[in-house]
Ligand binder design. Structure first.
Ligand SMILES: Nc1ncnc2c1ncn2[C@@H]1O[C@H](COP(=O)(O)OP(=O)(O)OP(=O)(O)O)[C@@H](O)[C@H]1O
Ligand SMILES: [Mg+2]
Length: 255
């Protein structure tokens, strides 16, 4: 991932549960910053990167990501105390999501192309993303296209890794509750693209995806001492879910 340095904190994005903010960087880009100090921890940033990279490999649109370096000077001149605390807790490497100016939130009148809906639903089921509901679709419409954002609530198995890497067997077969998904009507489409999408994600592709995650966000755990060990654990979990019969694919049971 490209690394840039934050030059100015512009404003908080009040809608976001994790208090993301708009930040300008030294490449003249404007980014939505997902702060490492936001309380949900580094695994959330890992999930953002992994799912974004998977989305790109499934030909879905999602904003470009960068590593956003935050220096103490940014916090020093911040007047809002809550924001200042967050900035101070986030010095170092954060996640920057390319800001899509003039985008608007997904609403039911937007006609999603069936193929894009099917692939989005399949991806969310694969990574167990629970954050694509009607209440909180985390989809933007920009220049007439659908853009996927906010993937931190995926791959939740990693929240159980503090005592050591767990067994992938459970995630391999974990069902996906499609009932709440904003694109649930496209479940049969997701079943129809299953074989093609699963075939695209072979082990070398999964390894490429994990290679995009910065070492600093891959915290060592018992049994996974190095960033590469942690990457291998993610690859093992994703492989297990692809190879475990795929009963989690929406629409599959009905087909
Ligand atoms: N790249 C972007 N371009 C434009 N707007 C964005 C972008 N990313 C996020 N937003 C806006 O900011 C809001 C909050 O962002 P996001 O959903 O990523 O944060 P969050 O804290 O994880 O949110 P929540 O937990 O509430 O879903 C989005 O709903 C969207 O309106
Ligand atoms: Mg969101």
């Amino acid at each position: 991932m490209k690394q840039v340095r934050a030059t100015r904190y512009v404003t908080p994005l009040r809608e976001g549960g994790s208090l993301p903010g708009i930040v300008e960087a030294d490449d003249l880009g404007t980014y939505v910053c997902k702060f490492r100090g936001a309380g949900q921890g580094l695994p959330v940033l890992v999930a953002e990167v992994v799912v974004s990279e998977l989305a790109l490999r499934l030909d879905l649109r999602t904003p470009r990501l960068v590593v956003l370096e935050l220096e103490p000077a940014i916090a020093r001149y911040e007047a809002d105390e809550e924001v200042q605390d967050l900035l101070n807790a986030s010095l170092g490497l954060n996640l920057g999501v390319d800001f899509l100016p003039g985008s608007f939130g997904f609403d039911p009148t937007f006609q999603v192309a069936p193929d894009i809906a099917a692939r989005t639903l399949w991806l969310d089921a694969f990574v167990a993303n629970v954050d694509r509901s009607w209440r909180n679709p985390n989809l933007l419409v920009w220049h007439g296209d659908l853009w996927l954002i906010d993937h931190g609530a995926s791959l939740y198995f990693h929240h159980a890794w503090s005592g050591g890497i767990t067994d992938p067997a459970r995630f391999a077969v974990q069902p996906y509750d499609v009932g709440d998904h904003v694109l649930a009507a496209h479940a049969s489409g997701a079943a129809a693209v299953d074989a093609e999408l699963a075939a695209r994600l072979d082990t070398s592709v999964l390894e490429e995806v994990l290679a995009q995650v910065p070492d600093m966000w891959l915290e060592p755990r018992p049994g996974a001492d190095s960033p590469d060990d942690v990457r291998a654990a993610y690859v093992a979990f994703l492989r297990a879910r692809l190879e475990g019969g795929r009963a989690w694919v929406p629409g599959r049971a009905a087909a």
